[in-house]
Design a protein around this ligand. Structure first.
Ligand code: ACO
Ligand code: ZN
Length: 166
C-alpha cells in the first residue's frame, strides 16, 4: 500500500486554506472561509483531515443538527450528524482515505450525540455513492433539483448505533 504514512486528525485553523483549495478543485459546492471556520469552531472533533508531511490530502466536514425526526430516529429533536462535505485529492483516491475519513468522522459525530448520519449526494456521483453504500448508507429519497445547476440529490442516511469503534 502506498498510503501508510498519512494520518487522520482533527483539522486546525491553519489547515483551512488547503481544505478550501481541495473543495474548490473537486466539488461544485463551495463555501466562504467563514463557513469552514464556523463549522470548525462548533464541531472541532468531527472536522477531519488526512495529512501527509504537512500536505492535506482530503477532508471531511460535519455538523450536528437537531431537527425534524430522521429515518431511524422517530422522536422530535433527534440529533443528526450531517456530512456537509468530504473530498480527497484526485491523485490520492482509491487508497481508502475517503472511507477512513468517513469512519473516524462518524465516530466523532457519535461522540457529539448523533443518533443517525445524513448526507446529500449528486445522483450521478458514482464514486461517492459507492463509498456511502459500502459504509451502510441507504437512499432515503431523491431531492429533485437540489443543486444550483438543477441536478438532483439523493438524501442518504445511516444509523449511528452500530458504527464500529475499533
Ligand atoms: N468507482 C467505484 N467505486 C468507488 C470509487 C470509484 N471511482 N471511488 C470509491 N469507490 C468506493 C469503493 O467501494 C471503495 O472501496 P474499494 O476501493 O475497496 O473498492 C470505497 O468507495 C472507498 O474508497 P476510498 O478509497 O476510501 O475513497 P476515496 O479516498 O477515493 O474518496 C471520494 C472517495 C471522497 C468520494 C472521492 O472520490 C472524492 O473526493 N470525490 C470528489 C468529491 C466528492 O464527490 N465528494 C462527495 C460529495 S457528497 C458530500 O460531500 C456529502
Ligand atoms: Zn447536506
Amino acid at each position: 500500500m502506498a498510503n501508510e504514512d498519512y494520518i487522520i486528525r482533527p483539522a486546525e485553523i491553519e489547515d483551512l486554506h488547503q481544505v478550501m483549495r481541495i473543495n474548490q478543485r473537486t466539488l461544485p459546492e463551495n463555501y466562504p472561509y467563514s463557513f469552514f471556520v464556523e463549522i470548525l469552531k462548533k464541531f472541532p472533533k468531527s472536522f477531519l483531515v488526512a495529512e501527509r508531511n504537512g500536505e492535506v490530502l482530503g477532508y471531511m466536514m460535519n455538523r450536528i443538527e437537531k431537527g425534524l425526526p430522521g429515518v431511524f430516529t422517530s422522536h422530535l429533536r433527534a440529533n443528526k450528524g450531517h456530512v456537509v462535505s468530504i473530498a480527497v485529492l484526485p491523485e490520492h483516491r482509491r487508497k481508502g482515505i475517503g472511507k477512513r475519513l468517513m469512519i473516524e468522522g462518524m465516530k466523532a459525530m457519535k461522540e457529539y450525540g448523533a443518533e443517525e448520519f445524513v448526507l446529500e449526494v449528486r445522483i450521478t456521483n458514482e464514486p461517492a455513492l459507492a463509498m456511502y453504500k459500502s459504509l451502510g448508507f441507504e437512499v432515503v429519497r431523491e431531492i429533485r433539483g437540489y443543486y444550483h445547476d438543477g441536478e438532483s440529490a439523493y438524501l442518504m442516511s445511516r444509523k449511528a448505533e452500530n458504527i464500529q469503534i475499533s
